[in-house]
Design a protein around this ligand. Sequence first.
Ligand code: NDP
Length: 446
Amino acid sequence: MHENLIPIRQAVIARNPGESEFHQAVDEVFESLGPVVARHPDLLESAILERICEPERQIIFRVPWTDDNGQVHINRGFRVEFNSALGPYKGGLRFHPSVYLGIVKFLGFEQIFKNSLTGMPIGGGKGGSDFDPSGRSDAEIMRFCQSFMTELYRHIGEYTDVPAGDIGVGGREIGYLFGQYKRITNRYESGVLTGKGLAWGGSLVRTEATGYGTVMFAEEMLKTRGQDMDGREIIVSGSGNVAIYAVERAQSLGAKVLTASDSSGYVMDPDGIDLDLLKQVKEVERARISQYAERKGGRARFISDGSVWDVPGSVALPCATQNELNGRQAKKLLANGVEVVAEGANMPTTAEAIRLFQDADVLFAPGKAANAGGVATSALEMQQNASRDSWTFDYTQQRLQEIMRGIHHRCAETADEYGMPGNYVAGANITGFIKVARAMSAQGLI
Ligand code: NDP
């Protein structure tokens, strides 16, 4: 890390004790910024970096709700409005028992640079709750979402802060959240949330966008070596929104996806994942992944110990959660001949694993770049809402593809410009940072 950045990093850690995921996300960006400090010292004037690391606003609130047996539960809600230099705060809501302020801040911090990279007019924010939706009835989910929005509504708006989904928050939850927002405010303000249903302001391709975009980014990286996805064996982790549509896109390009996982274990299907069955088990029934192997039969197996990264393949797509691919697992993937790693999830790869991939000349795409198709398509949903329009699937997918190509191009070009060809981590962090820093600088000390 550049010596000028070390005291700033130490101050961030001292100011945000115990938030290890946030520290990790800050470190990853700071490790990339050395050449920027050397070339553009002006960009660090008026404490730009110190300000970028301090959220503009952090909201923490009580979320009381009643389960189907009449028992009262209390959860904690969060919204971190991190940076609005480029546009309204934009980023998802995560409902998972592991959520605490450090997780929301790591995600919000990443979101600043990701959103900047997309080229769209959106700032960075993130939110969520330590609520555990697993095993809850639809009625319980609805009551929780209504209680959550009863506080959140006063902080958001189409020009202020526009939440979306993330882990544990999909179309069903966005529906309940939007309904409650509309009821409290008496406004049909479509642009206040993204990931809405198609009949009420949602955008075609938003559901598919993060997974499709991740594979599009992998395709762009492969193109730089004159290669493509056709005939490759792919290892995917997760079986939620991002994973399912990464599988769909990879298969449409002629690849064979061998794995999918959830927090109970993974399935290995040597004949290639049956996408319809995966969608039925995980999207429709919200069942455990073992059900896939049970119903598929044949050579498909459920494995509850070990990890997807034990399975050989030339492309790895971590699409579940943070820090799910560590140094030991990276060594295994390398021994098995991995050539491409593209992060569908946010920060799924540890710093040690990233270094190992980069040292081995693996094409490595950080989530900030590779999974930015989701938020970019959310911004397209906001555009459609603002113009009271709805675009076709083909047109929206074409826009997504152009955006992913643009992100790849900007990352690769910046990495070259700063003397680190092929380093997409540095390319993404530097490109994302410079645009935000310039905007903050122009807007004065706020
Ligand atoms: P979903 O809730 O749809 O799916 C999450 C998947 O990851 C599930 O299979 C879940 O398994 C698994 N998972 C979650 N936590 C853990 C854990 N601690 N250990 C093992 N498996 C786990 O979420 P998404 O697909 O939307 O999100 C996945 C990742 O992609 C996250 O990192 C998210 O931040 C990121 N992302 C999502 C975007 C989006 O548009 N949805 C946009 C950009 C990034 P189980 O069901 O057992 O919990």
